[in-house]
Design a protein around this ligand. Structure first.
Ligand code: AMP
Length: 307
C-alpha cells in the first residue's frame, strides 16, 4: 500500500513552560513521515529543504522506509523556519516567527515513481501547493487527507477553500474549525465545513481529544492523560501520520475504521508530546505503540446497565 506525504521539513525554535530549544528539526511532513512509517512503507515524501537541513535526518527517515526522491534541496537557501511559544496550559501557543525561506519559491513536483499511490496526506502547507500536488496525480488516490492551520486561513482563505473542494478528510483544531466556518458550535461548524468539500472532518482539541464527523455521525477519541507533556509541537501532524498510516495499512476507509484510525492517531500524538521535537518518535517501538493503543481502549472501556 503506498502513501504520498506532502508538507514542510523545517527547523523550529520552541519555548514551553518546561524548556526551550533554539533550532530543532521539525516540519509538518517530518512528523507525518515519522508517525506513518510505523504502519506503512514506502512513505513517499514531497517537500523542500535548504542547504542547512541535516543529511543525517534524511538518512534516519530513509532507514524507516521514507522515500526522499520528492524532497527538493535548494543549495543556496535556508530551510523553512518556525518559532512558537506555548502558554502554560500547553493547549494554545503563539507563533513568533514564520520564515518561509525555501518555501517561498516551492513548486512541488510529483516524481513519476510516486504516481499510482493510493493514499495522499497533504500536511500543513500553502493551500495552492496542496492543490498543485492533487492536480499532478494521474489517478486520484483512494483517500486524500488534508491538514491546515489558521495561518493559511489568514493569508490564503480563497486558495484554501478551493483545496477543500478536492479532499476527502480535513483535519483542523477547534479554533481553526470556528475560524473557517464562522460558527462557535463545533457541530454547526462541522456541518458547514463538510459542505465545503470534505466528507469527513476531524476536529482536534489538544489534551481534550478529537472529534470525527461524517454525515450525521460523530465519534470522540480522548487524549491519554499523560504525566509529563514537554512539547506539543508536531502533535497534530503526528496524529495525521498515525491516522492515515492506519488507514493505508488496513486499506479500509469506512467510518468504522476511521474511528480506529483516530485512536491510532491519538496514541501516536501522545508519544510526540513526551519529548522535544520528533525525538520520542525516533525511538518508540512497535510494542510500545501496541501498549499505548491498549491504554486508550482501557481509558474508555466500561460496562453500564441501562435504566
Ligand atoms: P503542529 O504542532 O502539529 O501544528 O505542527 C508544528 C509543525 O508545523 C512545526 O514543526 C512547524 O515547522 C510546522 N509549521 C508551522 N507553521 C507552519 C506553516 N505555516 N506551514 C507549514 N508548516 C508549518
Amino acid at each position: 500500500m503506498s502513501l504520498i506525504t506532502v508538507g514542510t521539513m523545517a527547523f523550529d525554535a520552541i519555548e514551553t513552560p518546561f524548556g526551550k530549544v533554539d533550532r530543532i528539526v521539525g516540519g509538518s511532513a517530518t512528523y507525518v513521515a515519522y508517525a506513518a512509517s510505523n504502519f506503512v512503507t514506502p512513505v513517499r515524501q514531497i517537500s523542500i529543504i535548504g542547504n542547512d537541513f541535516p543529511e543525517e535526518e534524511l538518512n534516519t527517515l530513509r532507514a524507516r522506509g521514507v522515500i526522499t526522491d520528492g524532497i527538493e534541496q535548494v543549495p543556496d537557501k535556508k530551510s523553512f523556519f518556525w518559532s512558537g511559544r506555548y502558554h502554560t496550559d500547553m493547549n494554545s501557543r503563539d507563533t513568533l516567527v514564520t520564515d518561509l525561506n525555501v518555501l517561498a519559491d516551492f513548486n512541488p513536483v510529483v516524481p513519476d515513481s510516486y504516481q499510482g499511490s493510493e493514499f495522499l496526506m497533504l500536511g500543513n502547507l500553502m493551500p495552492k501547493l496542496q492543490t498543485s500536488v492533487i492536480r499532478q496525480l494521474t489517478t486520484r488516490p483512494k483517500l486524500i487527507v488534508m491538514d491546515t492551520m489558521n495561518f493559511w486561513m489568514d493569508v490564503a482563505m480563497d486558495d484554501l477553500k478551493e483545496t477543500l473542494t478536492l479532499v476527502d478528510v480535513l483535519l483542523v483544531n477547534d479554533g481553526e474549525a470556528r475560524q473557517l466556518s464562522g460558527e462557535y458550535s463545533l457541530v454547526k461548524a462541522a456541518r458547514k465545513i463538510m459542505q465545503m468539500g470534505p466528507r469527513f472532518l476531524i476536529i482536534k482539541k489538544g489534551e481534550h481529544g478529537a472529534l470525527l464527523f461524517h454525515e450525521n455521525h460523530v465519534f470522540f477519541a480522548p487524549a491519554l492523560p499523560l504525566e509529563d507533556v514537554f512539547d506539543p509541537t508536531g502533535a497534530g501532524d503526528t496524529f495525521a501520520g498515525g491516522f492515515i498510516g492506519h488507514l493505508a495499512k488496513t486499506k479500509d476507509i469506512h467510518f468504522n475504521n476511521m474511528k480506529r484510525a483516530i485512536i491510532v492517531g491519538s496514541a501516536m500524538a501522545s508519544f510526540c508530546v513526551e519529548k522535544f521535537g520528533p525525538e520520542r518518535l525516533r525511538e518508540i517501538t512497535k510494542r510500545e505503540i501496541d501498549e499505548r493503543i491498549g491504554a486508550f481502549v482501557q481509558l474508555v472501556n466500561f460496562d453500564i446497565d441501562l435504566v
